[in-house]
Every structure is written in structure tokens, then in C-alpha cells.
Ligand binder design. Structure first.
Ligand SMILES: C[C@H](O)CC(=O)SCCNC(=O)CCNC(=O)[C@H](O)C(C)(C)COP(=O)(O)OP(=O)(O)OC[C@H]1O[C@@H](n2cnc3c(N)ncnc32)[C@H](O)[C@@H]1OP(=O)(O)O
Ligand SMILES: NC(=O)c1ccc[n+]([C@@H]2O[C@H](COP(=O)([O-])OP(=O)(O)OC[C@H]3O[C@@H](n4cnc5c(N)ncnc54)[C@H](O)[C@@H]3O)[C@@H](O)[C@H]2O)c1
Length: 310
């Protein structure tokens, strides 16, 4: 449907950018995903505030962003190191760090939450942000598996709430799942889609169903790989080799579980098992639970199913 001319003009400023496009983004949680989202948002011209619980964590997050940016610059600006340096400082100039979430959302057009995969903690966070953020601010969760509607219910802005599910590592994975709940307004959903595209992502539209699209297929596959090892049918190494060489996957399921985080995988499957206790694909794994209980959370701590350099 084409817009009436006056609406078309109103939406576009002279700079050619959509006037009401999302520009100021707050990312809550500077871990594996939050740091990646902050990096790509800052790299695509957005002004980003990244929030975490203390400055130590934030400094580590920023160091991880810089490491990743160096990899990008080494490739993208191989012929022109000076331009690479300029890009690096421009991106870091778009990124601010903050430990106070309420302050961080004062000017936010969009808040993306990427904290621990725990419904109560997410609800508590969004309830507080709802009181601190401007009425116009859109809220989105990067949750892997929790229904967006169950998070949104903690706020008074279900019409301005959606899901933005990124994939790890965010600088490399092109996909962004954009989720709407029944209350999400068309304007909010369009802005989330436009923001995803402005970040250079390919967006798919998702319903608020368990695991949206990718995780609904991927997590049961990853869990079945763990169950295969529990049944003594194969070793993690052989399962990974088989899936890389036999199915063309870039990583096998155990490498991927280490990459994603064994804790995140456990949170996902525990949440689904609680909701759907009879669903065999959502059954928890004693082996995964054992590794998490032993603190073997994967690459982020240097050991999961495999030992890795941190
Ligand atoms: C559970 C959640 O809710 C949902 C999820 O996220 S599920 C997980 C989804 N993600 C996946 O399935 C990831 C599968 N793995 C892959 O796609 C690839 O292994 C990978 C992109 C991670 C790594 O790429 P790959 O070519 O295999 O190996 P690698 O040598 O590490 O990287 C090649 C180049 O890519 C770039 N690169 C890779 N990772 C990067 C990063 N994090 N940052 C910047 N650049 C990176 C670098 O240029 C790198 O070259 P370099 O090593 O000389 O710097
Ligand atoms: N790991 C993945 O591959 C992946 C991919 C897509 C989505 N997700 C989802 O993204 C979210 C984050 O996952 P992750 O892997 O980045 O976890 P992570 O453990 O690496 O990072 C979580 C970060 O949130 C911070 N945090 C926790 N509570 C906070 C609070 N109240 N205020 C501010 N910061 C807080 C922690 O300090 C930590 O730095 C989860 O919902 C997860 O399901 C994960």
C-alpha cells in the first residue's frame, strides 16, 4: 500500500533518514549477546548505551567488543588500515557504558534486553525500566525461549513491546527474528523490522511461540545430541565431526552448545519442560545439568564439553 505523499514526506528528514527511525539504543546486559548487539548497533551508526551490573563486567564487555572489531577491521580494511582505525574509533565513539539502567533509558528510542534467561529477572528489569523510560520508547527482549508476552506483562506498554532475537556471534550471523505479540502496534513492529535492517540483518517475522523459528528446531537437535552421548551411542567429538562433515554444519552440536553457553541451553530446556512436561523433545538432560552444576558453562568460562581458550 503506497503512503499518501504528505505522509511520505513527513517520514523522511532532509538527510534522507526516516525521521522517526530508531537512533538511540540501550542494551541491557553486556554478555555474549548484549556486547555483540551493542557492537553491531554502534557499527551501523546508532548511538548505544550498554548496561551491566558493574564497571568490571562492562570493561570486559568493551574489551570483547574491541577484540571482535579488530577481527572485522582486519578483514574489511585490509587494504586501508587508516580507514580501519577511523572506523574503529567512530564505532567506539557511538558506544557508552552505564551501570544505572534507569539513567541509561532516559533518551532511548529502543531498549534491548539481553540479560540472564530468567523470566522473573527479566520482568523485574522491565517493570523498573517502564517507569524510567519515555512513553515513546520501544522495549524488546533478546530471549531465546521465554514467551515475549510473559515478559511484556510486567509493563504498561505491551503495544510498544516486541522480541528481537539475534544469533551468536551477532557480528557474523545475518539473521534477526522479529517477534510481535497480539498487542504490538503496527508502528512498533515496523520500527523493529526497520531497525533490524538498519543493523544489516535479514529479518524474519515470528509469532510468539516456543523458540520462535530457529531455536524450536535447533535446541531439540542440540539436546538430542547430548542424549545420544548419554545413551553411550557416540562421543561428543564424533557427533560433531559427523554433523559437520555429514550435514555441512559449520559447528557440531557440542561445539555449538559450548559456544552458546551450557547455562543458556539449560535455561531454555528447563523452561520448556516446565511448560510442556510430556514433550519428549523438551526433556531435560542429566548430563547437561551435571556440567552446569560443575560450572562448565562453555567457552565463556573456558570449559564446557570441550576445554577452550577463554
Ligand atoms: C540459542 C540462541 O538463542 C540462538 C543462537 O544464537 S544459536 C547459535 C547460532 N550460531 C551458530 O550456529 C554459529 C555456527 N558457527 C558459525 O557460523 C561459524 O563457525 C562462525 C561464524 C562462528 C565462525 O566462523 P568460521 O569461519 O567457522 O571460523 P573462524 O575462523 O572462527 O572465523 C572466520 C572469520 O570470521 C570472522 N569472525 C568470526 N567470528 C567473529 C566474531 N565473533 N567477531 C568478528 N569477526 C568474526 C573473522 O574475520 C574470522 O577470521 P579471523 O579468525 O582471521 O579473525
Ligand atoms: N548465548 C547465545 O548464543 C544466545 C543467543 C541468542 C539469545 N540469547 C539470549 O540472550 C540473553 C543473554 O544471553 P547471553 O548468552 O548473552 O548471557 P551472558 O551470561 O553471556 O550475559 C548476560 C549478561 O547480563 C548481565 N545481567 C544479568 N542481570 C542483569 C541485570 N539485572 N542488569 C544488567 N545486566 C544484567 C550479566 O552480568 C551478563 O553480563 C538470554 O536471554 C539468552 O537466552 C543467547
Amino acid at each position: 500500500m503506497s503512503l499518501p505523499f504528505r505522509t511520505f514526506v513527513r517520514n523522511f528528514s532532509t538527510s534522507g533518514l526516516k525521521k522517526n527511525a530508531i537512533k538511540n539504543v540501550t542494551i541491557i546486559g553486556g554478555g555474549l549477546m548484549g556486547a555483540g548487539i551493542a557492537q553491531v548497533a554502534a557499527s551501523t551508526g546508532h548511538s548505544v548505551v550498554m548496561v551491566d551490573q558493574n564497571t568490571d563486567i562492562l570493561n570486559k564487555s568493551k574489551a570483547n567488543i574491541e577484540k571482535s572489531l579488530q577481527r572485522v577491521v582486519k578483514k574489511k580494511y585490509a587494504e586501508d588500515p587508516k580507514a580501519g582505525e577511523a572506523f574503529l574509533s567512530q564505532v567506539l565513539g557511538n558506544l557508552a557504558l552505564e551501570t544505572d539502567a534507569a539513567t541509561s533509558v532516559k533518551k532511548a528510542d529502543l531498549v534491548i534486553e539481553a540479560i540472564v534467561e530468567n523470566l522473573k529477572i527479566k520482568q523485574e528489569l522491565f517493570k523498573n525500566l517502564d517507569m524510567a523510560a519515555p512513553a515513546s520508547t520501544i522495549f524488546a527482549s533478546n530471549t531465546s525461549s521465554i514467551p515475549i508476552k510473559e515478559i511484556a506483562v510486567a509493563t504498561e506498554r505491551a503495544d510498544r513491546f516486541g522480541g528481537l532475537h539475534y544469533f551468536n556471534p551477532v557480528p557474523m550471523m545475518k539473521l534477526l527474528e522479529v517477534i510481535r505479540i497480539p498487542q504490538t502496534s503496527d508502528e512498533t513492529f515496523d520500527k523493529l523490522l526497520a531497525f533490524g535492517k538498519a543493523m544489516g540483518k535479514v529479518t524474519v517475522n515470528c509469532k510468539d511461540t516456543p523458540g520462535f523459528i530457529v531455536n524450536r528446531l535447533l535446541v531439540p537437535y542440540m539436546m538430542e545430541a547430548v542424549r545420544m552421548v548419554e545413551r553411550g551411542e557416540a562421543t561428543p567429538k564424533d557427533v560433531d565431526t559427523a554433523m559437520k562433515l555429514g550435514a555441512g554444519y559449520p559447528m557440531g552440536p557440542f561445539e555449538l552448545t559450548d559456544y552458546v553457553g551450557l547455562d543458556t541451553c539449560k535455561f531454555i530446556i528447563d523452561g520448556w519442560h516446565e511448560k510442556y512436561p510430556d514433550h519428549p523433545l523438551f526433556a531435560p538432560s542429566p548430563l547437561l545439568n551435571k556440567y552446569v552444576a560443575e560450572g562448565k558453562l562453555g567457552n565463556k568460562v573456558g570449559e564446557g564439553f570441550y576445554k577452550s581458550k577463554k
